[in-house]
Design a protein around this ligand. Structure first.
Ligand SMILES: [Zn+2]
Length: 267
């Protein structure tokens, strides 16, 4: 699933291309992928892009906004009119702009695009926790002290911290040498500091590499992100830990594959 670094990569790409462009028309191929009334955004201009956690927002000129959530398999692809438009059976929505197309693909159909006014946008955004890149020691400490759930599940709880999914939770915990099963309220202040540093470092590094194209995520120009070439621990089951050379172990935690080094990340 695309996480914060992938959505941030898409945002930075599109900011260079679609600001001030008008949404001339919208072609919807799958009704469930598009929520709200397309008439409300036809003719509106894209003023700016925002992101919170894994949600991307186009702020429009007429008081409406377009929200995107890519969920498992969503893609947002950009084609200016000089490039050949490529659509396939996973294409759910096409936005026709002044001089480009924006294509929303989603094989599994869990993702969505939603038209919301400013008030509804604020309500939707409020349901998300603090954006992971805005975490501070104080708010991370408050979030962790409040629960004895395993730390990895807390990091991935979008209502607490928005933007971290399975890949970057695994990576951050490895870097901070914290066992993913540790009850969140048992983590010392010293370790919380290390974890915060690790989260920010991993997310920034992943943004630098254009995100992780392990499954279907692509950048808007259809190229792949490269963070999968930098994985510290994710998908490295039975391979040697970069730090101590013991084998990486895989367990299932909260239904998700969890990778860690038994030696570096002791309970
Ligand atoms: Zn190790």
């Amino acid at each position: 699933m695309p996480e914060l670094p992938e959505i941030e990569t898409i945002k930075r790409y599109l900011e260079k291309e679609i600001i001030d462009q008008k949404i001339k028309n919208i072609e919807i191929f799958n009704k469930r992928s598009f929520k709200g009334n397309k008439k409300n955004i036809q003719g509106a201009k894209v003023i700016r892009l925002e992101r919170k956690g894994k949600v991307l927002v186009f702020v429009l000129s007429n008081g409406y906004n377009l929200m995107f959530h890519l969920k498992m398999t969503g893609q947002i692809l950009f084609f200016n009119f000089l490039k050949k438009l490529a659509i396939d059976k996973s294409t759910r929505v096409i936005f026709i702009l002044d001089n480009s197309y924006l294509v929303f693909n989603d094989i599994r159909k869990f993702g969505w695009v939603k038209v919301v006014d400013d008030k509804n946008l604020r309500e939707e955004i409020k349901r998300l926790g603090i954006d992971a890149l805005n975490l501070t020691f104080d708010n991370l400490k408050r979030i962790l002290n409040n629960t004895k759930r395993p730390i990895k599940l807390v990091l991935m709880d979008q209502a607490k911290i928005a933007g971290i999914g399975n890949i970057y939770a695994n990576e951050s915990l490895f870097l901070a040498k914290i066992n993913p099963q540790t009850p969140a309220n048992k983590i010392s202040e010293e370790k919380i500091k290390e974890l915060l540093k690790a989260i920010i470092k991993i997310l920034k590094k992943a943004i630098k590499y254009g995100g992780t194209s392990f499954s279907l995520y692509l950048k808007p120009d259809e190229s792949k992100g490269k963070y999968q070439e930098k994985f510290l621990v994710y998908k490295r089951e039975d391979k040697k830990c970069w730090r101590c050379h013991k084998n990486i172990k895989r367990i299932i935690l909260g239904g998700r594959s969890t990778f860690y080094c038994l030696n570096c990340q002791k309970l």
